[in-house]
Design a protein around this ligand. Structure first.
Ligand code: IDP
Ligand code: MG
Length: 156
């Protein structure tokens, strides 16, 4: 099972979309294993978006992400990184397909509601940035055996 770092960005929190976005992940069958409402300090935003340093949108992105609280989530499932990225849709709200979170809830190219790790390496790095020891909670879901087919021993 993979765990990925999802951030419901300031626009999602301010627009009252947290519940609807979390519901999509729950309904999909992904498991929420971490959740934290926080105001991201500038230094943390810089570390999180280090790969974008120097790009034309970098400073604006830092301003946006630190302006107002975000909801940080750790989300687990088979191929959780790819599955979540698909659910999020393309980066720009104007391009994201209907049916995706960005496609259904936003039209802006910079206020695009949600962040999701884009690789296992990024997920490991980002989870460590946002969650301390013990803040990712291991818990058994009562309906796990109806979410995945465990007949071969592993979740399928
Ligand atoms: P992603 O969030 O889909 O992985 P990235 O290319 O990693 O997209 O960019 C990180 C974030 O930076 C985007 O989610 C968006 O908020 C912002 N961003 C990316 N490209 C642009 C741009 O061209 N204009 C404005 N903001 C951008
Ligand atoms: Mg990215």
């Amino acid at each position: 099972m993979e765990t990925t770092l999802i951030i419901l960005k300031p626009d999602a929190v301010q627009r009252g979309l947290m519940g609807r976005i979390i519901s999509r992940f729950e309904e999909k069958g992904l498991q929420i294993v971490g959740a934290k409402l926080m105001r991201i300090p500038l230094s943390l935003a810089q570390q999180h978006y280090a790969a974008h340093q120097g790009k034309p949108f970098y400073e604006k992105l830092l301003g946006f992400m630190t302006k107002s609280p975000v909801l940080v989530l750790a989300i687990r499932g088979n191929n959780a990184i790819t599955v979540s990225r698909k659910m999020m849709g393309a980066t720009f709200g104007s391009k994201a397909e209907p049916g995706t979170i960005r496609g259904d809830f936003g039209v802006s190219n910079s206020f695009n509601l949600i962040h999701g790790s884009d690789s296992p390496e990024a997920a490991a790095k980002e989870l460590a940035l946002f969650f301390g020891k013990g803040e990712v909670v291991e818990w058994d879901r009562a309906n796990e055996s109806w979410i995945y087919d465990f007949s071969a021993g592993t979740p399928e």
